[in-house]
Design a protein around this ligand. Sequence first.
Ligand code: FAD
Ligand code: PHB
Length: 396
Amino acid sequence: MRTTVGIIGAGPAGLLLARLLHRAGVDCVVLETRDRAYVERRQRAGILEQGSADVLRECGAGDRLDREGLIHRGFELRFEGEAHRVDLPSRTGGRTVTIYPQTEVVKDLIALQLGGGPPLLFDTRVVAVEKADGEQPLIRFVRGGQGGRHGREGTLECEYVAGCDGSYGASRRALPASAVTMHARTYPYSWLGILADVPPSSDELLLAGHERGFALHSMRSPTVSRLYLQVPNGTDPRDWPDDRVWDELDVRLAAGNWRLRRGPVLAKSVNGLRSQVIEPMRYGRLLLAGDAAHIVPPSAAKGLNLAFGDVVTMARAFTHWHRTGSTALLDRYSDNCLRRVWQAQFFSHELTTMLHAAPGADAYDRAMQLTWLRRVTGPTAAAAELAENYAGAPLV
Ligand code: FAD
Ligand code: PHB
């Protein structure tokens, strides 16, 4: 097989890139190790910045988003039993965020691609990217047999490779250690997340900085709630029966007469919090995007939005090259993305540190944290900056 851009991974980054390239007339093929059902069910991000929602609309993937997405004009910060609303439009020139789960973004993009878009091969595991530093990179894959011994081996010759295969994919393995720097930080706490079959207990998101730890009330639809609790690293979800989760959420999210609705728990998992950046986001003709290039802790909901920012920049660069033969934008791809990536790293780190109880934190640390929270909820420049960063900048 041959194509112009070989895309590894059918997560949000790979699928949106394929859509943007297809519309610009640039040939591409997407290779995805999992099957369609798995990719469409994977529970992850829930929030689209306005820039991300606008990109989906512009590329014809906005119909269901406009029907079913829940537009949010603000969120609450809760601490010391008080609730402080952060208004987004008044602080950001009218920007909002939309609750539209990653599962639905992925379903919409897959449906468009299978209905007349470029080839999308599921159950196709990339095992190596070769000759990335030459003129004609080559992707080696195993197709069928769940990527194992019974699969058929194949190759895809490309002019460029887009590594959109997340932080455990084949693209990262193709980077020589001498060619890139990997910045990494692991946080000393994790998130226990539940999906609950109960209408949200508030119209807006609630982020709590309790002295027992962070808690978040979010949602996936008018009937499904998504909630998180800060827990110690190494926590086993089996040590958190449903009642214990709800009781702890009650304590950490409490404010005034507000009450948390309980319901059947549909899913429960624990995930660590990590920050990572690979610099540069390119090696020869292999360009990285999304989680393959960087990871942020989920506190500020930036992961999916950053992935979209990368592929919008990448699609523009490929389109320019395809039309003019100039590699000028491809050459600037990494620098252009990294500016936005480090801004998001900084904000995600700040929000995480402001709202989580670090192991060993003492009364002084807590007083500093509360002072910080009062600054961002008062009539200050810090409050405007928080709203600006949470809503995110336009992508196009
Ligand atoms: P991914 O979505 O990881 O997609 C990569 C794709 O590549 C996958 O489909 C994978 O199967 C495929 N792949 C991997 N290896 C290969 C291979 N060798 N060959 C072929 N295909 C391959 N962000 C938030 O903003 N809020 C959240 O609440 C949140 N929760 C998260 C929970 C978890 C458990 C994780 C892992 C991430 C979460 N994120 C969250 C981050 C957000 O979901 C990611 O930033 C987003 O999915 C990035 O999209 P992507 O396309 O770059 O990567
Ligand atoms: C989520 O719904 O997963 C979510 C919402 C808001 C955040 C982080 C995660 O700030």
